[in-house]
Unconditional design. Structure first.
Length: 298
């Protein structure tokens, strides 16, 4: 069982939150406060076990579905509730096979038949789990197949959650409870890093990463290598020059994709999922010079 605590995006204990709302407050000349509130999420993500203790007359317990969740700016709770329960003074309660989604927990007191508001919400428990599978296709000259991968929440959030994995021969599997958008960075110890811009865990459960590096003595000229080409998912570009910018232009001269890089790497990986099938030109820039390669999207 994984302990899930209830505070902040990282789900720490809500004991302080509960006490901030109700702790040691005189209600109808009667003291009411929580002694503990502990939650555990089962390994398969289907069951939440709650252990709530308090001192007072009675307690309402509510759990509500959450919609329009924004990992950076907070959550919006749907109107209404899924259920309301009146608990005894201490309870070990299990919510089994809840529908998949985001959930917020709430409690309030009922003393002398009078209900006391407002609800005190904890933060979110996310249903899951989701598994992201990262498959690899290595070139024949790539002798080192060790891969280090890290996954963080996309966006300018202060509460990033990082997943890190390392394998000698792939694939990478990330077991994730939060169906959000992430950034995936792959590090190959003897090559350059590859960053895949955005992955939505709900829709992108399996991705393919092409690792194709050319040694200097394998290439007869300084033309960049574009792989795979044709492509439908991700494209990796390797050049003997440090890449500062790459641009995709359609046959009408319209820029359909542009990416700025640090200008320190000889390789770059980018997604072409949003491009329509057809022929394009890939323009690479480095230190004031540029080169053009044909790119086919299928």
């Amino acid at each position: 069982m994984n302990n899930i605590n209830f505070s902040g995006w990282k789900l720490l204990a809500v004991f302080a939150l509960f006490q901030a709302g109700f702790g040691h407050m005189p209600l109808m000349a009667q003291e009411f406060y929580f002694t503990h509130c502990i939650a555990n999420l089962s390994e398969n993500g289907n069951t939440v076990n709650l252990d709530i203790g308090y001192e007072g007359d009675a307690l309402y317990f509510q759990y509500a579905r959450v919609s329009n969740f924004d990992a950076c700016n907070g959550e919006t709770v749907e109107d209404g509730t899924l259920t309301i329960l009146i608990l005894p003074k201490s309870l070990d309660f299990s919510l089994i096979n809840l529908p998949e989604g985001y959930y917020a927990w709430a409690v309030r007191a009922k003393i002398n038949e009078q209900e006391y508001s407002p609800w005190t919400y904890s933060n979110i428990i996310i249903k899951g789990p989701y598994t992201l599978n990262v498959q690899f296709e290595f070139c024949a000259s790539c002798t080192d197949h060790q891969v280090n991968g890290s996954l963080i929440t996309a966006g300018d959030c202060t509460s990033e959650i990082t997943y890190a994995k390392s394998v000698d021969n792939g694939p990478l599997h990330f077991r994730i409870l939060m169906p959000l958008t992430y950034l995936l960075t792959l590090d190959f110890p003897t090559y350059e890093d590859i960053t895949i811009p955005e992955i939505n865990i709900v829709s992108d459960t399996t991705i393919m990463v092409y690792v194709y590096y050319v040694d200097l003595n394998e290439s007869t000229d300084d033309k960049p290598v574009v792989y795979p080409n044709p492509a439908s998912d991700y494209v990796t570009v390797i050049w003997q020059e440090q890449i500062s910018q790459l641009t995709i232009v359609d046959l009408n001269g319209k820029t359909v994709y542009q990416k700025l890089t640090s200008g320190l790497n000889y390789a770059a990986t980018f997604s072409v999922r949003e491009l329509n099938p057809g022929n394009y030109f890939l323009v690479l820039q480095s230190k004031g010079q540029s080169t053009v390669r044909k790119l086919i999207i299928r």
